[in-house]
Design a protein. Structure first.
Length: 87
């Protein structure tokens, strides 16, 4: 009966493993940078969305004071791509 003896990696295999390891490190670094950027953009988006909603409330209030009945809040939210966030 033959015993199992793993092959020793050749130099080409070692180079391939090293290249893959380096690529994994680069991808990991990019992922970490993108995660930080995503968090910053997420916070900025919510800040802008709050300001946009406040401006819409002021806009609606001024339209109501001027006697204009039609509220175009949904039109503005649709134009801004925030139709799902209308409160």
């Amino acid at each position: 009966m033959k015993s199992y003896s793993p092959k020793m990696p050749t130099q080409a295999n070692e180079q391939l493993i090293q290249m893959m390891s380096n690529e994994q490190i680069l991808i990991s670094d990019k992922l970490m940078k993108l995660e930080v950027e995503n968090k910053e953009l997420f916070l900025r988006y919510h800040k802008l969305r709050r300001a946009f909603n406040e401006l819409l409330e002021i806009h609606d209030d001024l339209r109501e004071r001027s006697g204009l009945d039609y509220s175009d809040k949904y039109d503005w939210c649709d134009k801004a791509g925030l139709i799902d966030d209308v409160e």
